[in-house]
Design a protein. Structure first.
Ligand code: ADP
Length: 214
């Protein structure tokens, strides 16, 4: 496999870009999506969470009431630790299985890593050394807020606060090997996704031939 990173602030359009790259042939590894899958009713993680916190974290339709979980762990370190102990090992195992399945293939793997660049501007975890390049989805903060409010039901102050707590646009752009400008319409995004996919294939091929020349 050939691994790349995809990042961007909340509301930048990362998930939209990820879906567009998957349409073009990429394999997506998305820890948040794996967490959501593992928290579906019927999954052991869901069962362990309901065993600990009871009906208070179950929505009317039986799915997990995420805001209720967030409320419980937000200001309580012990509860957060308990949540991590339920969720982390299962996510780690699922991520490892996904990577193992892709490892021996020639797949172009896009890792969706929302917090690749931390709030202090650093982006230096050892596992990022395996990434052949980083794609950054860039939008002005005001536009991200507007999209979160309009399409995802966020409260404006909450959306602003979350963005303020993340890395700045400048810090993210500083680590970009390929930048997608998502300030335009979804139609404007399509040709950029074509170019991004071409760049992924080119970069993956270049490392392939460099490796065989060794
Ligand atoms: P992220 O995953 O980075 O938080 P999303 O991909 O979920 O962001 O995008 C945030 C919201 O904005 C979604 O509802 C998405 O459909 C919408 N969106 C993304 N890109 C555009 C665009 N270019 N024009 C209009 N709406 C967009």
């Amino acid at each position: 496999m050939k691994q790349f990173g995809l990042t961007g602030g909340i509301g930048s359009g990362k998930s939209t870009v990820a879906a567009g790259l998957v349409e073009r042939g990429a394999e997506l590894v998305d820890a948040d999506a794996i967490v959501r899958e593992l928290q579906q009713p019927g999954q052991p993680v869901y069962a362990a969470m309901v065993e600990r916190w009871g009906a208070a974290i179950v929505a009317e339709d039986g799915s997990l009431n995420r805001p209720a979980v967030a409320d419980i762990v937000f200001n309580d370190g012990d509860e957060l630790e308990a949540l991590n102990q339920i969720v982390h090992p299962a996510v780690h195992e699922a991520m490892t299985n996904r990577r193992t399945a892709l490892e021996s293939t020639d797949a172009i793997v896009v890792n969706d890593i929302p917090l690749l660049v931390r709030a202090d501007g650093s982006a230096d975890r050892p596992e990022y050394a395996a990434l052949l390049g980083i794609i950054v989805v860039d939008v002005p903060a005001e536009l991200a807020v507007a999209r979160l409010v309009e399409h995802r039901g966020f409260d404006p102050a909450d959306a602003e606060a979350r963005i303020a707590n993340q890395a700045s646009r400048e810090d993210r752009l500083a680590v970009a090997d390929f930048t997608i400008d998502n300030a335009g319409s979804l139609d404007d995004l399509e040709p950029q996704l074509d170019r991004c996919w071409a760049w992924l294939v080119e970069t993956a091929d270049a490392t392939e031939s460099a490796a065989s020349a060794d």
